[in-house]
Write a protein that binds this ligand. Structure first.
Ligand code: NAD
Length: 503
C-alpha cells in the first residue's frame, strides 16, 4: 500500500504543471497553441480530465513540417560523433525521468506500473542502441566494375512524420524517433490523441539534451486532420506509422499524391501453438503473459491459443484458474497485473465480444464481465470451445481476452494459425526440434518465437506480413527506412563512351 500511496503522491506532483498549463505543441523549439483550441485527455482509471491538450490541425502540421525542413540540413551535416553524444544524453535524460514517465503513462493509458516502469527504460535503451549505430549508419559498399569504381553511401531521407498509437506510447515513440534522429532525419511527431502526456516529456528531454530546435517537433491532434495533414505534407518524405491496419491503409492513400514512403506496423491476431510434447508449465506462463500483460493492448499479443486436443482439458483448466487469479486494479498499485482499458470507446469494443462469443457458440471459461465503472476495467477473459471461423478468432480485440481453439495434428494447427488476415507474430511450443523447424518455416508471420514469449532483441527485424504491416524496425532495417541509398560511379580510365551525332 505504501508504494501505491507513494506513486499517487508522486503522480499528483508530476501532473500539477499539466493541469496548470495544459500540453502545448512544441514546434521549432517553442511552445505553440493548437490551431483549433484544446481537447481534453481523460484518465481511463476514473474517466476524470487529466488536462487540456493543444488541438493541432493542418496549419500546425505545416508550421512543424517547415520547422523540420529548416532544421534538416544542419542536423544531417552535424558530425556523427556529435549527434551520437546528443542521443546518449537523451537516453540519460529518459533514465533520469523514468519514474515520472512511467507514472504519467499509467495514468494516461491505464497500463500497470509494473510494465510501464520497464517500458520507460526500454525507451532509453532504444536511444542508446541507435546512438551506437550513428557513426556507421552512412557507410556503404565499394563495387568495382571494369570501367568504374562504384561506391554507395546512405543519406537521411529528410524530415519524416512519426504517428504513434496509445498502447505503450512512450516506448513506441522512441522506437521510431531514435533511429530517425540517428539516421540524420528531422521529425514531426503526432502522438495518439488518447495518450499525449509522455510525448511532451520526450521532446523536453530531447531539447534539454541539446537536440537543436526543429529537429523534433510534437503536434497533438486527431488522426483525420493533423494525422492526415502530416501524411499529405510535401515537405515530409516518409511516414513511420504504428496503429490499426485500417488506418495503415488510409496512411498509404493519403501519402499517394506526394509519393510518401511508408513504414506500417499494424494489428495482429497472433497464434500461440501448444503441442502435447511441450514444456507445458513454461508454455502456460508464456500464454498468460503474452495476452494478459499490457492489458492485452499489445500488437504482439498471442490472442489465439491453439491447443492440441490431447492436452486441451488439463491445460485449459490450469489456464482458467490462473486467469481468474489475475489481479485487476489501479495501475499505480505495483501489485496490479491488469489495469483499465484506454477509453470508453475501446472498452465498448472489447466488451462487445463477450456477447459475440456467446452468440457464435463459444464458452466463456473466465471473465466475460466488466466491473462497475467509473473506469474502463474489464475482467481478464478466456473463451474456449471456439473455432477459427468465429469473430473472436478473426478480429483483433486488443484487450485481455484470449480465444482457445483446439487442434488435432500439426497440419491442422498450421492451417488454423495461417487462416487469418494478419501475420505479425507466431509462438510455437514443442520439444520436437524438427517439428519446430517445420512449423516455424510454414507459419505466415514476420516474427516467430519457439519455446519463448516475445523477447525483443533490438538488432533483430520487427514487423509483420499480410495485414500486419509493411517494413521492419530494428538493427540496420530501421536505417533502410529512414535513409536513401546513393550510388556514385567514378571512371577509372578512358572507357568507350558511345558517340551519337558524331559521324
Ligand atoms: P489507430 O490506428 O486508431 O491510431 C494510431 C495513430 O494514427 C493515432 O495517432 C491516430 O491519431 C492516428 N490516425 C488515425 N487516423 C489517421 C489518419 N487518417 N491519418 C493519419 N493518422 C491517423 O490505432 P490505435 O487504436 O491508437 O492503436 C492500436 C492499434 O495499433 C492496434 O491495431 C495494434 O495492433 C496496433 N499496434 C501495432 C504495433 C506493431 O508494431 N505492429 C505496435 C503497437 C500497436
Amino acid at each position: 500500500m505504501t508504494d501505491f500511496n507513494d506513486n499517487c503522491t508522486k503522480l499528483n506532483g508530476y501532473l500539477e504543471r499539466f493541469r496548470d498549463t495544459g500540453i502545448l505543441n512544441r514546434i521549432g523549439g517553442q511552445d505553440r497553441a493548437g490551431g483549433n483550441g484544446w481537447f481534453e485527455t481523460l484518465s481511463p482509471v476514473d474517466a476524470s480530465v487529466i488536462c487540456n491538450v493543444a488541438h493541432g490541425v493542418a496549419a500546425d502540421i505545416d508550421t512543424a513540417a517547415t520547422a523540420a525542413s529548416d532544421a534538416f540540413a544542419a542536423w544531417r551535416d552535424m558530425p556523427a560523433t556529435e549527434r551520437k553524444k546528443i542521443l546518449i544524453r537523451i537516453a540519460e535524460g529518459i533514465e533520469a525521468r523514468a519514474e515520472e514517465i512511467a507514472l504519467l503513462e499509467c495514468w494516461d493509458t491505464g497500463q500497470a506500473f509494473r510494465f510501464m516502469s520497464k517500458a520507460a527504460l526500454r525507451g532509453a535503451e532504444n536511444f542508446r542502441y541507435f546512438a551506437d549505430q550513428v557513426v556507421q549508419a552512412r557507410d556503404g559498399q565499394h563495387m568495382k566494375s571494369p570501367s568504374l569504381m562504384n561506391i554507395t553511401s546512405r543519406v537521411p531521407i529528410g524530415p519524416v512524420g512519426v504517428i504513434t498509437p496509445w498502447n505503450t506510447p512512450f516506448m513506441l515513440s522512441t522506437w521510431k524517433i531514435a533511429p530517425a534522429l540517428a539516421a540524420g532525419c528531422t521529425v514531426v511527431h503526432k502522438p495518439a490523441e488518447a495518450s499525449p502526456l509522455t510525448a511532451r516529456v520526450l521532446v523536453e528531454i530531447a531539447e534539454a539534451a541539446g537536440l537543436p530546435p526543429g529537429v523534433l517537433n510534437t503536434v497533438n491532434g486527431f488522426g483525420d486532420d493533423a494525422g492526415k495533414a502530416l501524411c499529405e505534407h510535401p515537405k515530409i518524405k516518409a511516414i513511420a506509422f504504428v496503429g490499426e491496419s485500417k488506418t495503415g491503409s488510409m496512411i498509404t492513400k493519403q501519402g499517394a499524391d506526394t509519393l510518401k514512403r511508408n513504414h506500417l506496423e499494424l494489428g495482429g491476431k497472433n497464434p500461440v501453438i501448444v503441442f502435447e510434447d511441450a514444456d507445458l508449465d513454461r508454455a502456460l506462463d508464456a500464454v498468460i503473459f503474452m495476452i494478459y500483460s499490457i492489458n492485452g493492448e499489445r500488437c504482439t499479443s498471442s490472442s489465439r491459443l491453439l491447443i492440441q486436443d490431447s492436452i486441451r482439458a488439463e491445460f485449459e483448466a490450469k489456464l482458467t484458474a490462473r486467469v481468474n487469479a489475475i489481479k485487476v486494479g489501479h495501475p499505480l498499485d505495483p501489485a496490479t497485473e491488469v489495469g483499465p482499458l484506454i477509453s470508453k470507446e475501446h472498452f465498448d469494443k472489447v466488451t462487445s465480444y463477450f456477447d459475440i462469443a456467446l452468440q457464435d457458440g463459444a464458452t466463456v471459461a473466465a471473465g466475460g464481465q466488466a466491473p462497475q465503472g467509473p473506469g474502463y476495467f474489464v475482467q481478464p477473459t478466456l473463451f474456449t470451445k471456439a473455432t477459427n471461423q468465429m469473430r473472436i478468432a478473426q478480429e483483433e480485440i486488443f484487450g485481455p481476452v484470449l480465444t482457445s481453439i483446439p487442434f488435432k495434428s500439426e497440419e491442422d494447427a498450421l492451417q488454423i494459425a495461417n487462416d487469418t488476415a494478419y501475420g505479425l507474430t507466431g509462438y510455437v511450443w514443442t520439444n520436437d526440434l524438427t517439428r519446430a523447424i517445420r512449423v516455424s518455416d510454414q507459419l505466415e508471420a514476420g516474427m516467430i518465437w519457439v519455446n519463448s514469449e516475445n523477447v525483443r532483441h533490438l538488432p533483430t527485424p520487427f514487423g509483420g506480413v499480410k495485414s500486419s504491416g509493411i517494413g521492419r524496425d530494428g538493427g540496420d532495417w530501421s536505417f533502410e527506412f529512414y535513409m536513401e541509398q546513393k550510388h556514385v560511379g567514378f571512371a577509372t580510365g578512358q572507357h568507350k563512351i558511345p558517340k551519337l551525332g558524331a559521324l
